[in-house]
Design a protein around this ligand. Sequence first.
Ligand code: BGC
Length: 746
Amino acid sequence: MNKAILFLLVVTLNAGYLSNCNAQNKPISQRVDSLMKLMTLEEKIGQLNQYNDDWLATGPVTLDANKKEQIQNGQVGSLLNCMGTARTAAWQKIALQSRLHIPLIFGQDVIHGFKTTFPIPLGESCSWDLDAIELSARTAAVESSASGIHWTFAPMVDIARDPRWGRVMEGSGEDPYLGSKIAYARVKGFQGDKIGETNSVIACAKHYAAYGAAIGGRDYNSVDMSDRLLWEVYLPPFKATVDANIGSFMNSFNDINGVPSTANSYLLRDILKDKWGFKGFVVSDWGSVGEMINHGSVKNEYEAAEAAINAGCDMDMESRCYKNNLVQLVKDGKVSMSTIDDAVSRILTKKFELGLFDDPFRFCNREREEKELNNPEHPKIARDAARKSIVLLKNEGNLLPLSKNLKTIAFIGPLVKAVKENKGFWDVEVPGVDSGYIVSQWEGLEKKIGNHAKLLYAKGCNIEGTDRSGFAEAINIASQADAVILSIGERRDMSGEARSRSNIGIPGVQEELLKELLATGKPVVVLINAGRPLVFRYTSDNAPAILYTWWLGSEAGDAIADVLFGDYNPSAKLTMSFPLSTGQIPIYYSHFNTGRPAQNDDNRFYTSAYTDLSIYPKYEFGYGLSYTTFKYSDLKLSQNKMKKDENIKVSVTITNTGKYDGEEIVQLYLHDLVGSITRPTEELKDFRKLMLKAGESRTVEFAIDKEKLSFFNKNLQWVAEPGEFDIMIGASSRDIRLKDRFELVD
Ligand code: BGC
């Protein structure tokens, strides 16, 4: 063919591709295909490369002097830690100077709020309130999308059973059933009605997979796990996010049974992309592609890139292994063009869905940013979420709620006047925006009691260290008061990424301060602020009232004051077991029976118990008190035998027997008595949160179907085996109030 004709043909073809890819009426798949036909290999690889914007670091940063040129040349597909309409618009303009004008996608850790900070996810999970959880994710999406963000690296759906691991704060605790429900709610909240609405962000399920099972609770540590545990406990929340139509996944740092998750084709290809049919894209964790060299699973960056892309990791966050090696790997025949194309098309599809090709600046509206970051509704939503997250652990003699007629209150402790601490780890500082608004605990209480009572303050001690010089002043004001409130706990950066602790007691001399305050004979209410379950035996044995307040976010002070004075009746229940001592870790309710079950603490003789420590946690999964009390009665099953295609209807009546209106979280647990593989003694399979006025009764209904009775058998098939099941209805995993048995028949 004559060169001129060939040239004309190419030009015509390319013009066709270009018009296809710009045609808003064409299906996205066609637009992606057309665009990819125009792209060089280098441009395709650019889409797989994600960099950190240099002004904020959430990992070990690599600085490139020529980042701008790389973006202009189409060598970068995404930036993280780039926020605000001004900054995102500026980088987007640069990206649009590239040959094919492909826009960047901006990713950000919007973990528990953006400007408005919500309770840390673990705290929020204790609300068991799926609507409230969805709403907090929605609100975070509204704010962050208004500030130029397209994509959040949340929700974190790792099951966590070891409170030494600092990242327990980011998830929903120990249980796969509840964890899955919350994961689903969060994805719905972030992604809204659909990806592409300007008030939605793409969600990202992380960290895939089993990151929470890091040996010894040490962050980034290896994981050694049976298939059964993986499928039954660690994978379900991830599957729930796929069911919620999530747009992206992030792989975890750990290796699992010797294979780093970053290059784990069993996880990424066989399960996620093939079996579950996930159509979004997978991003590595920060630098995790290159870190496979440290794992010792690859020799160099070339091998790292080869292993990760072939396993199904589509985007390389910050390691630069893809950028520096993929061209050569394709030339060497180690990575196929179809593998590259698959990864690129997954990413481009999301960019099209976001509408970025039609308007790259649609998330950069300065007016909307201003409006949403100052939306007066958002603090109200945060306050509600915060109140719902506070767990009442102890309330001897109904010390709480405090009377509004108290004359003098002493508010003591290192966290009383702390401001930023209330935000916990993984808060977002929005550059150029005053994200300093936080209601401190002091301010919340001051607002609540107004002129009704005198409020005295003493710091008492620091969070850490041995300095007791503030004790005298604290004791002095306590002696003058009708009631003492002591706010103690961790520093907010003691939990979070790379914040594993071997000693999870209350740090410093804070419990000693409590001892001195109790010695004054005054009633003391303790607030414990933390990002994980702590061990606080002295406090739990001696303080008459304890509220576990986690890190509650922007509205911490108001929410705490609402609960202290009974304007909100606490309803939260723990989603992670609180150990009595670190020696019990890992501890979780859904354990197996063993051949010599530990029956109770009085019978340890040749049983699966400790000789020197109780088998029970201090506070179990599902535990949490209210200012009122609830009676459970009339458990009824529609039938005691069920066939696989049938349902059993279960009903139970709950009565509020106390003086306050309040909410109860009614929990349904099952135990499959005999299985082809052993089954846990209890598994949460349903729950209801219901509001009852004082004296009110209500009947709650549950349905048990085959799905609730199924598990992964030896061959990893999801089966319900005929046999008997115990059904337990309780106020916690230990506080089982009603029990019955039924049989599944063939
Ligand atoms: C964390 C991720 C986070 C990423 C980006 C990593 O160190 O493990 O959870 O999304 O950094 O900030």
